[in-house]
Write a protein that binds this ligand. Structure first.
Ligand code: ATP
Ligand code: MG
Length: 413
């Protein structure tokens, strides 16, 4: 029996990898134009880091982490998300000596979830973090950057939902209100939510079980519990978003799956993905840096799910450059092709030379099986008149063009 990949772990094959590269390239471009720099952190960390940051009573920490002892017996975890590592690095390397750090990352994350369309056990995120900025303008700017990214790569129907989880003080007040409400509907809550009701009642609002969704329909809104400062922050975020031309949808039930958020939380959804419709999510985390041993540092961050974005773009077409297969016939043409194709490649043309021998008919078939959009033939006659023959593999039409014009022709999809 042949060996297959681990369940929920994917290969990104040609056809998809071009879409991925496009997404990555646009993200690098846009993020850098807002002053973000890339950070690369390890894919594994000490387990303690995720427990302390994401929260002991979250789904991620309770049941989704890839945790194991290394050969020395130390517990390590494959990162389930990127923020904890960025914050760890921020503190470890004292990046806080600069007033504001704008960092972004790209890489695989690991969560032991039930694999399905848009949900995998290894998945990739592009994330960005603004560390050291308390202004609501920082929230709004990062969200506007994210929305322009989706606009640039043409993810249609992206919708921004926002909420505020308040600060430690007002959330404590809300937690009490929510607990009171939940004890009234306790008989309809799932076991998990019941167990976590004392320690972390907010989790019930994030639970996907139908009973909990129904039971919490009339739960009090956290927005009614916000203190003056948190209310003001939330109003300003919405105000600046509108100045950027973005009308957010308010969703007071959105508490997100990680415990470190304060004030603004958000999610961006898109159509066409079925139930796995969140393409990006994040929020403000003003307490995390200090909780992990660094100085008080207000932060805002988000992560984009690459697989889900790639699925959307794939439905819209793809980004593969047309492939040309080049067939030289005879010694002279073979020798001429070396310099000719060097020039074409410098112009960004995607061309593969077929080095096989045999009948032209068979070599044409081979080109077709390789996925050629065009097949270009340089025989002795063509060589003498400085032209090549181009066959359009879609329409079967053939033309002869001088070398230069031929290069232009095979650039067209
Ligand atoms: P969901 O509600 O879909 O489980 P989440 O709240 O767990 O998402 P975050 O931890 O905030 O998601 O991660 C941000 C983004 O990463 C999500 O919006 C999604 O696009 C993507 N993502 C999260 N988990 C997975 C996964 N298991 N497979 C693929 N993409 C994922
Ligand atoms: Mg999740």
């Amino acid at each position: 029996m042949s060996i297959t990949a681990i369940r929920g772990f994917n290969d990104i094959l040609p056809g998809d990898s071009e879409i991925w590269r496009h997404i990555e390239k646009e993200a690098h471009g846009i993020f850098s134009s807002y002053g973000f720099s890339e950070i690369k952190t390890p894919i594994a960390e000490k387990t303690e880091l995720f427990k302390r940051s994401i929260g002991e009573t979250t789904d991620i920490v309770e049941k989704e982490m890839y945790t194991f002892a290394d050969r020395h017996g130390d517990l390590i975890t494959l990162r389930p998300e990127g923020t904890a590592s960025v914050v760890r690095a921020y503190i470890e390397h004292k990046l806080y000596t600069t007033p504001v750090n704008k960092l972004y990352y790209f890489g695989p994350m690991f969560r032991y979830e039930r694999p399905q369309k848009g949900r995998y056990r290894q998945f990739y995120q592009i994330g960005a973090e603004v560390l050291g900025d308390a202004s609501p303008r920082a929230d709004a700017e990062a969200l506007a950057m994210l929305m322009s990214f989706f606009e640039r790569i043409e993810v249609k129907g992206a919708e921004l939902q926002i909420n505020s989880l308040g600060c430690l003080e007002c959330r404590a007040v809300y937690k009490e209100r929510l607990k009171e409400y939940l004890s009234g509907v306790a008989s309809r809550l799932c076991e998990n939510c019941l167990r976590r009701m004392e320690a972390n009642p907010l989790r019930a609002l994030d639970c996907k079980s139908p009973g909990c969704i129904e039971a919490t329909e009339r739960a009090p809104s956290i927005l009614d519990s916000l203190c003056g400062a948190c209310k003001d922050h939330f109003e300003k975020v919405k105000y600046y978003l509108r100045l950027s031309g973005i009308e957010p949808k308010i969703n007071p039930r959105m508490v997100r799956g990680l415990d470190y958020y304060t004030k603004t939380t958000f999610e961006i959804t898109s159509t066409g993905l079925g139930s796995q419709n969140a393409v990006a999510a994040g929020g403000r985390y003003d307490r995390l840096v200090s909780e992990l041993g660094g100085p008080e540092t207000p932060c805002f961050g988000f992560a984009i799910g690459i697989e889900r974005v790639a699925l959307i773009l794939k439905e819209g077409g793809g980004y593969k450059k047309p492939l040309t297969v080049f067939i030289a016939l005879g010694d002279k043409a073979e020798e001429r092709s070396i310099q000719l194709l060097k020039g074409w490649r410098e112009r960004g043309i995607r061309v593969v030379e077929d080095f096989s021998t045999g009948a032209l008919k068979n070599r044409m078939k081979r080109a077709d099986r390789m996925g050629a959009r065009y097949t270009v033939i340089l025989g002795e006659d063509e060589l003498n008149s400085g032209v090549v023959a181009i066959k359009d593999m879609k329409t079967s039409a053939q033309v002869k063009l001088p070398f230069d014009l031929a290069a232009d022709r095979v650039s067209i999809e």
